[in-house]
Every structure is written in structure tokens, then in C-alpha cells.
Design a protein around this ligand. Sequence first.
Ligand SMILES: Cc1ncc(COP(=O)(O)O)c(C=O)c1O
Length: 441
Amino acid sequence: MTKDEILKKHKQYLFPSIFTYYSEPLVTDHASMQYLWDADGKKYLDFFGGIVTISVGHANPRVTSKIKAQVDKLQHASTVFPNEAVVALAEKIAQITPGEISQSFFTNSGTEANETAIQLARIHTGHYEVVALRHGYSGRSQLAQGLTGHNTWRKSLPGAHGVVHALNAYCYRCPLGKTYPSCEVACAKDVEAVIQTTTAGQIAAFIAEPIQGVGGFVTPPKEYFKIVFKIVKDYGGLFIADEVQTGWGRTGKRWFGIEQWEVTPDIITAAKGMANGVPVGGTFTRPDIAASFKGLQISTFGGNPVTSVAAKATIDLIEEDRLMDNAFTVGEYFRQGLEDLKQKHELIGDVRGMGLMQAIEFVKDLSSKEPAPRETAQFMEECRRRGLLIGKGGLFGNVVRMSPPLNIAKSDVDEALRVMDDALTAMSPAGVGAGKAHASR
Ligand SMILES: Cc1ncc(COP(=O)(O)O)c(C=O)c1O
């Protein structure tokens, strides 16, 4: 098919709600490691990795060779038959997850991983209500949309029952109008106020992303989750860390983002980067919590041998090549480059993130902090033109999200920064406003 035929059929045969980036959608053709090529043969440096999913490079042969071998050996049997691939993966996850987490339930997506976690927390605690965070994103199902604190992604009605939302720790736009550290992390205490005033006083769970992904890589102060953890325990809840974006070394030095905040969660959910792009999700917890589910469960594709092999190969590669350390070192280097860009270009109001999960927030004016979604869209177009793929997020669609593979080098960062610098320089005031504001994902 030609590029035009693909675009025409995409419009004709897929749901129109499936939005695409760019004024002219980018039709993908093939990819290798940190590069992706479009249908016109143009090469891009990929700093978004299919929405924070390509952990070890596109089509990394150390992962794909194992997938190919497994496809030829046994592709599918369902959860009613044990297989070596799924137990090897579950054993590996038990070894690297924090605390006493040692049992897994595998699914097909992050949405399902969160559904599984909430259901389990409700059964285990005997409580129903769940506290989630504003600006958070939990997935696409009815429950996951109800957990989500971001109107763009909550379109279906009605929302999930028994979910309340506390303030998030968004220092650049503090919901309480305070400044860190003199604020004494007052936003964390809102979790208690929300429990006391909008629930029956006992909760099933608190769910949060250690760094809010779709929300625009909103990174809390280091004390935040420790304070929240204690509140959650005081009110009988389980602490669920949604590691769909922050897991598997992305934040540098540690396997999971929540470990950066020195909190040991009761349940971890994951997907995206876990299998380098092969669809898999997982809910991981302690045996006493997993055992609370007394009935039977099935997941046709959960723990599929091919996806399990892909996940195990990805995790092994991250470990063998010490990519968590690389994410830290190259991430720090990237961060410094972004801070330098901020000094040079007034459009950048904030730089934040951790490891190889970095974001810049665009504002029209540094003092009013008025969000600049059109300029963000234009910036993405300018970067695309120069061969760099980046992502977008934030409640106002004004945050550029960058999540390259964990095995990139400093030279890749240099190239990305050069493109971004050129793009910002090219965005003359006359051009500002020409871009079309897209949905913020
Ligand atoms: C933090 C987080 N949780 C859950 C999900 C849902 O995952 P999926 O799209 O695989 O259902 C996402 C997806 O973007 C996410 O970022």
C-alpha cells in the first residue's frame, strides 16, 4: 500500500477516536534500535519509543531472536496450561521487585493490570473506595478512566464508582499556590483530607504513578510518597504503584520508579516497556494479598509464552547491559542539556523528570505560566521535520515528553538537543500559533 492508501484506510476502517500526532500523520514503516523510518524512507531519531515503550531499542535482535524461536516452538496455550516461559518471567520479576512482592498475574495491557490491582485491593481489604491523583492516567477501561484525573481521557459516562481524587504534587503549578520546600509538602496531606471528607473513612487502595506520565512527567518532591504511604496505611488501604511508564529501569539506577521515593508498595502494575513493545501487562504483589482472591481466574493471553519470553529477554538485557545505570548517567546528561535550552529559550517554563524520562513544559509567558499548547504542537512539527520524534502530554497539551530507549548514548542526546535547539530558534513569533493543538497524549 502507498502512504496515501494507508492514511485513507486508517480513516475509513478505524475508529475516529484513534487520534494521531502531527498535521500530516506519520506513517511508520520500519525501525531499528533508536531509529525509525517512515513510509517515505525518512529516518528519525526516536525519543518517544512508541509512548514510553521501547526500552532496549526497536527490533533489538537480542529480544527478537528469542521471540522468533518461541513462536516456532509454542505460540499459545492459555493460562490453563503452565509453560516454562511464564514461570521463568514470574521468577525473574519476584527477584527484582521490592519488598515481599513475589507473585504475578499477567495480562495484555496496563489498563488490565490496574483493573486487576483495584479488584484485588478491594477483595483483600474488604473496603471499596480508592484514592487516585488528579492529572493521573490509569488506562482506557471504564474503571481506569474513572481513576484517571485528566478530562481529555475521561469521555465516557458515567465514571467509575468509589473513586476519589486527591491533589497531585505538581510543584511548577502547585495546586495550593505554595512553593517547595516551604510548603512542607502540604499536597501530600490532602490525601488524608480527601479520605476523611469524601470516603467512608476506610479505603481499599491508593493508586499513583511515581512520576505522572500522560500528565506530563509530573515529578513529586522526594518526601511526597513517604507521607502519603503512612496516610494510606492509617486508613487501611493498599498502596498501588502504577509503574506502566516508570518501570523497568526507566528512571535510572533502580528497577521501579517508586523505589526512588523509598516506599515499598503493596502492589505494582506494569506494561509498556516491560517487553519492549510486545503487548503484555502485569500485576505483582505479595502472596498474602494474591491469596485473597478465592475464586478462579483466567486470562486467555495472560502469560502467553511469546510475550513472556519477550518480557524476560527485555528484563535480562536491561540487567546484563546495566541499562539502569546508563539511564541514570545519560539521563543526567540529557537533563543538563535541557536546562541549558531552558536558559536560552523563553518558551520553556519547566524541565522535569528522572533518568531517561524527561519533559519540558512550554509556556507563553514565564511569569504567568500560561500554557502554550499551540507552540508545543508546532515544536513537535519542527522536530519531526528535522528527524526527531518526541511525545506530548500534560493537562493542557503543553508538555513535551521524551523517553528514548535506555541504551542510547550521549551522542544521541547531543543530536536530539541540537534538533530541539534549532526547532526552537526557528519558531519565530510570526510562526507561533500556526500549529494545531492536539489532544495531550
Ligand atoms: C501510567 C499508565 N497506566 C496505565 C496505562 C494504560 O496502559 P495501556 O495503554 O497498556 O492499557 C498507561 C498508558 O498510557 C499509563 O501511562
